[in-house]
Design a protein around this ligand. Structure first.
Ligand code: P1T
Length: 377
């Protein structure tokens, strides 16, 4: 079945009690039981909820995964995945990830004895020497937030599996429409559904998709034991969002390319980070691994002052954190999404005070470009 057919139908069965074509919001905390020990498969809503189950079936299908679990945020999804490792284990983390992912490793997980090293996985040859006898997991984001560096998922999977480590890919920036990491050997995919999957900037959520049955049982056990579940209403919103994922991603991709080209030609801009540009160091890899380049673009304005003028000068674009919604959002990684990354680390990655990030929305492209043009002027 094609992607959009799956997006519209997987998990979206007509409701068994009424025939409702749209999966209802089962806004309940518990379920009446027929007799002691006899129930309809639903006991308590942290453990099971039909709206959440529908979404879990849906996104798992889109990623080509056997199992999927919806969480209260992207961070709680990542945290659940990290509960597949234990104190004393070592994890290789891509050196450029969302700042919150770095914060989870550096400020939280280290307190539980989980060791980690940062590696630039955009050059797969860096990976080999980073493995230790206790390395159990390799966690990458591709393209990365916000520098848009691309990692060869097949190469990383091959090396990691040879070392007995699981590979996790945060696929938030691409969505399963533009990239399906499991086709390249990745074991576990995580998402912030807050972004493209929901797509309308009105819900915070996360997702874990995977194939291994034992690992899936553990993720489900963690979901129930820790309880960072996605609510029925948010599950409904994301389930509605994924129905239009394909058309939205096509539009984000088209507008993203146009904005990147516009910025490249702008004399005031020193550098544009977008895998769709022929000048991007992993452009060929991105063409092979991704179905498009998406709507995330970053660019260097040269100074905090210049960045501020752009960020505060826009009228159609909105200054704010987050991404992946229908509206264009513009942000300042150094002080917003990546403030928790140490200044030296930010500098070495290129997350300067002059760097501006745009989540290009699906408004009319002329309006986005005209807005950026007047702000840059
Ligand atoms: O915000 P939350 O739903 O918890 O998702 C965290 C997260 C995980 N992975 C990636 C790649 C992300 O970009 C994020 C969240 N990012 C932003 C809020 C941002 O503006 O970049």
């Amino acid at each position: 079945m094609g992607f959009s057919t799956t997006a519209i139908h997987a998990g979206n069965e007509p409701d068994p009690t009424t025939g409702s074509v749209t999966v209802p919001i089962y806004q309940t905390s518990t379920y009446a039981q027929d007799a002691l020990g006899k129930h309809k498969g639903y006991e308590y809503a942290r453990t099971q909820n039909p709206t959440r189950s529908a979404l879990e079936t849906n996104i798992a299908a889109l990623e080509g995964a056997r199992f999927g679990y919806a969480f209260a945020s992207g961070m709680s999804a990542t945290d659940a995945v990290l509960k597949l490792v234990k104190g004393g284990d070592h994890v290789i983390l891509g050196d450029n990830t969302y700042g919150g992912t770095y914060r989870l490793f550096s400020r939280v997980l280290v307190n539980y004895g989980i060791e980690f090293d940062l590696v630039d996985t955009s050059d797969a040859s860096n990976l080999e020497k980073a493995f230790k006898p206790n390395t159990k997991m390799v966690f990458v984001e591709t393209p990365t937030n916000p520098i848009m560096s691309v990692t060869d998922l097949q190469a990383v999977s091959d090396v990691s599996h040879a070392h007995g480590a699981k590979v996790v890919c945060d696929n938030t920036f691409m969505s399963p429409y533009l990239q399906r990491p499991m086709e390249f050997g990745v074991d576990i995919v995580v998402h912030s559904t807050t972004k493209y999957l929901n797509g309308h900037s009105d819900s915070v959520g996360g997702f874990v998709a995977l194939n291994d049955e034992e690992d899936a049982k553990w993720i489900q056990f963690i979901q129930n034991s820790v309880g960072a579940i996605l609510s029925p209403f948010d599950s409904f919103l994301v389930l509605r969002g994924t129905k239009t994922l394909a058309v939205r991603m096509e539009a984000h991709d088209k507008n993203g390319r146009a904005v990147a080209n516009f910025l490249t030609e702008h004399p005031g801009i020193q550098k544009v980070y977008y895998p769709g540009l022929a000048s991007h160091p992993q452009h060929e890899l991105a063409k092979r691994q991704q179905k498009g380049f998406g709507g995330m673009v970053a660019f260097e304005t040269g100074s905090l002052d210049n960045a501020r003028k752009v960020l505060e000068g826009v009228k159609v674009c909105t200054l704010g954190e987050s991404l992946g919604g229908v509206e264009t959002l513009i942000s300042h990684p150094a002080t917003m999404t990546h403030a928790s990354v140490p200044a030296e680390k930010r500098a070495s990655l290129g997350i300067t005070d002059g760097l501006v990030r745009i989540s290009v929305g699906i408004e009319d492209i002329e309006d986005i470009i005209e807005d950026l043009d007047q702000a840059l002027r």
